[in-house]
Design a protein around this ligand. Sequence first.
Ligand code: SF4
Length: 416
Amino acid sequence: MSNEAASAGLDPVRGDGSPQDQTPDALGPVGQLTTPPLPAASVPDVRDRISAPAVIAREQCHAARHWHPLKDGRIQCDVCPHDCKLLEGQRGACFVRGRSERGMVLTTYGRSSGFSIHPIERKPLNHFFPGSSVVSVGTAGCNLACGFCENGDISRSRDVDRLAEEASPLAIARAARAHGSKSVAFTYNDPVVFFEYALDTADACHELGLKTVAVTAGYMHAAPRWEFYARMDAANIDLKAFSEDAYVKLAGAHLKSVLDTLIHVRYATDCWLEISTLLIPGHNDSAAEVSALAHWVAGELGPNVPLHFNAFRPDWKMKNVPPTTPAALGKARRVALDAGLNHVYTDKAHDIEGGTTFCPGCGRATVVRDCGDIRHYELTAQGACAHCGMRIAGCFGEFVQPFGDRRIPLVMNARH
Ligand code: SF4
């Protein structure tokens, strides 16, 4: 067990049958483990997006955490590695955290870009209460600069006034409970940038017996990372590439911080972890890079952490890149299975094999999916294979009628 996990009294094995000697000796810098060296690369500086000073409306000023004053009179946001240094009235590179006369503030607290109910498989999480529904919540802004973002309307939005839907943390939790959802997911844009709203909503959810889910790129500093994942029951973390160069070019971020987050969540929290990688032709989809990524996940996080490969669709700054072919997704899946991972998924329609959870013990298909739909289910309430009894890694319960592959828009109102 790692020193950090041990000192926290945490068991790194979560009923998944993986031996403890798979854990690293220390949770120190990822580069001291088996991570490939991280070459210096020229970064398209996301901090160029820091705004000019302008008055931030008082009603948008919710006190933010994790910042400190600098000697030159500016203050620095300590939530993510961009370390934005701000004068009064400036907003950081994520557009939505800024400095008012009172210090750092979050300008999107209590306001959302919309609410919907989805199957949990669409987050994607395949080992977290399969078949249950989840209320999805997002705001505006993002701390990454992905040229392929499919949620660009909200992630790149500086116009927080577009956030028409108001909802308190308690209203969201009550709505999720009223609609029979198992959990609330912080998604669409990265919850790292609406940290305080997400955590208050997580607390409200837990008070009502609901679970919480983060869908995130995991790009954050250590102190907020501890605070954030202590309140999350599950996370799907985007691992956008497995080279520093690709990370910088694709997302304006650095690989190491994301790997640190993955190790933290796996070994220092009770948060269930799954990983997603969007395969972008010519950028991160070589067999060598996919193999390196999968070997790192298997070696550092263990063979039972699920890995999802998603298909790229040309968008925004990357309209000249072709879409990922089904053959490329299948090939990546085989490469990752060969690297020793037990659960590798392709999140695309009608790839039944790529959506199926196979028992690592007997090889039988235990959960058969077609994207968000569950077609066949053979696990016990404890998540054990109905054929050989082996526990499948994850969080399971009594399986009831699955929610199905649908999306229901959710309107917040006074009844919640
Ligand atoms: S969270 Fe936003 S304001 Fe804070 S450092 Fe990151 S990009 Fe800058």
